[in-house]
Ligand binder design. Structure first.
Ligand code: GLP
Length: 244
């Protein structure tokens, strides 16, 4: 779906999420959201905060699982996804703190493998993700599933692609400060979500979006795996869609 403005698009995506949360409330069910970081979802979070403050949207029945986190990474670090999520969403809504799940960049190397298995199991224990919000990296990564990621991969630690580290360099005041590793949900984890919405704005994403949407399915561009999912929408602004 192509919109003239990312603001208009973000408001509609936020409304879809709000409708799902409220439907689950009527059914007395938990709403399990997979959430993303980066610049792309910021306006969706702003609109969800507005709906909470001005239109009584409650998050009491919401459980969240974030896609990824740099590794190693302290939670208090302003570059952490932990910090990002609290700053843009969790500090401003009535979500139960125990219902927030973000991969923990402070677990030890020895515990990391088991930690990832437990994260995956926790998502499954809730019956999987009802809704997964995604951005896309210039490598075609979703979460931090870089080129070469397997279709059935689960939550695990990965090595970041050089292009991804270049793109993160300004936030870290230089590429040398960008972590080399991250924890990410897998392609398999994401593809098990009942509904997926990928957001992308601006012309620097146009090339990878053309390949992701119209190109052949390949592990070299992990976002192409979404072509096989039966309930995925790419929500783009006109600049991001200019090579389609
Ligand atoms: C990071 C995140 C991704 C995100 C991507 C794009 O690599 N791990 O989940 O989709 O950045 O970020 P942006 O939305 O800022 O373009």
């Amino acid at each position: 779906v192509i919109f003239d403005s990312s603001l208009e698009a973000s408001k509609l995506v936020a409304q879809e999420i709000a409708n799902l949360i409220q439907l689950k409330q009527e059914l007395n069910e938990t709403c399990v959201l997979g959430l993303a970081t980066g610049s792309s979802p910021i306006k969706v979070y702003e609109e969800l905060v507005r709906l909470h403050k001005e239109e009584d949207l409650s998050f009491y029945n919401v459980v969240t699982f974030n896609l990824d986190e740099y590794y190693p990474m302290d939670k208090s670090n302003i570059q952490s996804y932990h910090y990002f999520m609290h700053e843009h969403l969790f500090n401003h809504i009535d979500i139960v703190p125990e219902n927030i799940n973000i991969p923990d960049g402070t677990v030890s190397n020895e515990e990391l493998h088991q930690y990832c298995i437990d994260y995956e199991m926790k998502i499954k224990a809730y019956g999987g993700l009802d809704f997964q919000l995604l951005g896309i990296g210039r490598t075609g990564h979703i979460g931090f599933n870089e080129p070469g990621s397997h279709l059935n991969s689960g939550t695990r630690s990965i090595t970041l692609d050089h292009i991804t580290r270049v793109d993160a360099a300004s936030a870290f005041l230089g590429i040398d400060n960008v972590p080399r590793k991250a924890i990410t949900m897998g392609i398999g984890t994401i593809k098990n979500a009942k509904r997926i919405v990928l957001l992308a704005w601006g012309n620097n994403k146009a090339g990878i979006l053309q390949k992701s949407i119209e190109g052949e399915i390949t592990g070299n561009i992990p976002a192409t795996y979404l072509q096989e999912h039966n309930n995925t929408t790419f929500v783009l602004d006109s600049e991001a869609a200019q090579e389609l």
